[in-house]
Ligand binder design. Structure first.
Ligand code: ATP
Length: 298
């Protein structure tokens, strides 16, 4: 009886601890589920040659559920230090690309390489240290703003945290709070707007300073001044980094080295903004539609 009681009690403590520390339990459990999907190969080595690496997706096939393929032979290269943007309708498989690069799941076919190393052969720890994600919805911990930013690099000094916050244009907002960087955020603290949370995520990523960046643009509409400011921050963060942008607003992608248009798990068009407009296909139609809606920054 005692033997059963102790582990259950222990689990209870962990559960309460998680409950108290996270603003979004569901998301964390989803993350934990994903973590269990993959394991380090027995002789996994840390990623090497990470100074502005090239990222390649080679004939990638993937399904969450075997009966429903999500990616069906996706190939593209993000050359070292360049930005590739992915656009397409909801459910096309765009965010799945970022989950696979972070190796939340393993592929059913093809491979993904970073600096010519198959990500299945390297340690997950080194892989995740090499990649910074600014997700659609940032999970904030029920802790101070400083903790939430420094989470990008444990051991960062207060000066480094502030420098990252300035670069992400969130410093003035934090400094205006009575407790400054010691302000508690999350469900039991200061509630941050979607844009403010995203800036904390950008500051976190800037502090982490990884060679590879993934920006999964928020679908929720930010007001246009906020959106332009965030785009400028993202563009400056992406300089000289190998960057994948999952874009919902076409104004974000105009300067990308290559734009991939995805539909139902396949790349149906690819090229620069000018090439795709000249081609007069899906992208040109999406551009015209967003222009009419005033959503592409025109
Ligand atoms: P959006 O623009 O709405 O973010 P997306 O193009 O990023 O869409 P994905 O999130 O990559 O699309 O999803 C691709 C497909 O995979 C969708 O049909 C989605 O329902 C499905 N899917 C996504 N996540 C899961 C999951 N964890 N389990 C099962 N199916 C999933």
């Amino acid at each position: 009886m005692i033997q059963i009681y102790i582990p259950l009690n222990f689990l209870g403590v962990i559960y309460r601890e998680i409950r108290q520390n996270l603003t979004d339990l569901d998301k964390m459990f989803t993350l934990m589920d994903r973590e269990q999907e993959v394991a380090d190969a027995p002789c996994a080595q840390p990623l090497t040659d990470l100074h502005t690496p090239t990222v390649r997706f080679e004939d990638v096939h993937f399904a969450y559920d075997p009966a429903r393929p999500v990616l069906q032979g996706v190939s593209f290269t993000i050359p070292a230090g360049k930005t590739v943007a992915v656009v397409g309708p909801s459910g096309a498989g765009k965010s799945t690309l970022s989950r696979l690069l972070y190796r939340f799941y393993d592929l059913q076919g093809g491979r993904i390489t970073i600096a010519e190393q198959d990500i299945r052969t390297v340690t997950q720890d080194s892989l995740r240290r090499a990649i910074g994600i600014v997700p659609q919805d940032t999970v904030l911990f029920n802790d101070t703003v400083a903790y939430n930013i420094a989470y990008g690099r444990t051991g960062a000094s207060q000066a480094e945290v502030e420098q990252a916050a300035r670069a992400a244009h969130i410093h003035a907002f934090i400094a205006a709070q009575p407790k400054g960087y010691d302000t508690m955020v999350g469900e039991r603290g200061l509630k941050l707007s979607g844009g403010e949370k995203q800036r904390v995520a950008i500051a976190r990523t800037l502090l982490k300073n990884p060679p590879i960046l993934i920006f999964d643009e928020a679908t929720s509409a930010l007001d246009s001044a906020n959106e332009r400011a965030i785009q400028a921050e993202l563009a400056s963060a992406a300089q000289n980094k190998t960057t994948l942008v999952i874009a919902h607003r076409l104004s974000t992608v105009v300067d990308a080295h290559e734009i991939l248009v995805m539909e139902a798990g396949r790349i149906v068009e690819r090229g620069t903004h000018a090439q795709l407009l000249a081609h007069g296909g899906h992208y040109a139609r999406m551009w015209a539609l967003q222009k009419n809606d005033g959503q592409n920054g025109l």
